[in-house]
Every structure is written in structure tokens, then in C-alpha cells.
Ligand binder design. Structure first.
Ligand SMILES: CC(C)(COP(=O)(O)OP(=O)(O)OC[C@H]1O[C@@H](n2cnc3c(N)ncnc32)[C@H](O)[C@@H]1OP(=O)(O)O)[C@@H](O)C(=O)NCCC(=O)NCCS
Length: 179
């Protein structure tokens, strides 16, 4: 990899401004942020602490998860990925080990595919061999991303929201898959 390529980092102050700019983009597309940009701006340390706590002391019903930011040189934050350390019943149906988002202004440039690839590598480094990734049946970009990263379709299930969920495994050892 050259130094010009995008890379993963944990949320940190260095990319605070580009992250906050991205949150305004998410709001523009009607995505309700957990942290409003003005609150993020004044309480960024607290935000970082909450991210860290999610790794070891998740909220009730949540699996422990690590958040990574995808950083592109010259741009800063372009997207994020949540890596769940293990599956709970809910994630086994919908959510899987990895969830990702690319900020609206940077979509369609291959960042989603690269982010997913780096997330799979991070999962393997944690010892997760078979990786479950899910997406809505009608989310074509996400389907392409998962399939380009070796995802094999296990099936489609009704997620109770009126949309089918596609469940894919990226296998390391099919014999050990946790269906
Ligand atoms: C899904 C998402 C991560 C894709 O990110 P991205 O950076 O645009 O993806 P890429 O640029 O790597 O493109 C992946 C593929 O989707 C295609 N694609 C991208 N945007 C598309 C669109 N609007 N319509 C159709 N295809 C599209 C690309 O051409 C590429 O296909 P190819 O492999 O045939 O060239 C992004 O749209 C997003 O954040 N969406 C909201 C959150 C979300 O849906 N997350 C996934 C949850 S499972």
C-alpha cells in the first residue's frame, strides 16, 4: 500500500473536523446522528470515550464493537465501520459482524469496497474466521461490495421492516460457520 491509499484508524481528534463535516452530510440525507455536530464539537472527548467504552462495556443488549474510520489522504474522514466482536441473536439475523457507511460526498469512488476489505482484515486479526455481513435486498451498492469481497449468499430473511435482508458469509473455514 502506498501512503496515498486510504487507511483505517480509530476515532481520534486528528480527523475531528472532517468527521463533523460528514455528520452534516448524513443529516442532509435524513440520517439522524447519535451525536449532533454542535454537541460533537464541544464534547468530542466524551464522544471518543463512548466509542472506547463500546469496545469493552457495551450498552445492554449490544455486542462489544470497535469503530474504525476510513481516512483518505487530503480528505480526512470518508466513512466508518463497526466491527462487532461476536454475534448476538439480533446480529445473527441482521447486522452481522461488520456494518459500514461512506459519507455521501465520497460515494461511488470505490471507498465502500476498500472499507469492507479492510474491515475483513481487521476481523481476521481479531480471530474472527467466518464473517457475517448483511444488507437490505434492495441495497445494490452494498450487495456489490460484499460480493466483491468474497461474500457467499447464505439466504434472504424477512427482517420485519418490510424489506428482505441478505445474509452473506465471507468464509475462512466453512466447517466452522456459526449459522
Ligand atoms: C453502501 C455504501 C457503503 C456504498 O459505498 P460506496 O463508496 O459508494 O461504494 P463503492 O464506490 O465501493 O461502490 C460499490 C459498487 O456499488 C456501485 N454503486 C455505488 N453507488 C451506486 C448507486 N448509487 N447505484 C448503483 N450502484 C452503485 C459501484 O459502481 C460499485 O459497483 P462495481 O463494483 O460494479 O463498480 C454507501 O452507499 C453508503 O454508505 N450507504 C448508506 C449506508 C449503507 O447502506 N451501508 C451498508 C449497510 S449494509
Amino acid at each position: 500500500m502506498t501512503s496515498e491509499e486510504p487507511f483505517l484508524t480509530r476515532p481520534c481528534r486528528e480527523y475531528k473536523d472532517s468527521y463533523i463535516a460528514a455528520v452534516y452530510e448524513y443529516i442532509e440525507e435524513n440520517l439522524e446522528p447519535t451525536w449532533h455536530p454542535e454537541i460533537l464539537s464541544s464534547r468530542f472527548g466524551e464522544f471518543l470515550e463512548v466509542m472506547r467504552q463500546a469496545e469493552t462495556e457495551p450498552l445492554a443488549g449490544m455486542a462489544p464493537a470497535t469503530t474504525y474510520w476510513l481516512i483518505a489522504p487530503g480528505i480526512g474522514y470518508v466513512g466508518d465501520l463497526s466491527l462487532r466482536h461476536h454475534l448476538n441473536d439480533s446480529l445473527r439475523r441482521y447486522g452481522g459482524h461488520i456494518g459500514y457507511t461512506i459519507r455521501p460526498s465520497q460515494r461511488g469512488k470505490g471507498y465502500g469496497k476498500r472499507l469492507c476489505q479492510l474491515g475483513i482484515e481487521a476481523a481476521r486479526q481479531r480471530g474472527i474466521r467466518n464473517i457475517l455481513i448483511t444488507c437490505d435486498d434492495d441495497n445494490l451498492p452494498s450487495r456489490k461490495i460484499i460480493e466483491a469481497n468474497g461474500g457467499q449468499l447464505l439466504g434472504r430473511i424477512d427482517n420485519g421492516r418490510g424489506v428482505l435482508t441478505r445474509r452473506y458469509w465471507v468464509y475462512d473455514d466453512r466447517q466452522c460457520a456459526d449459522y
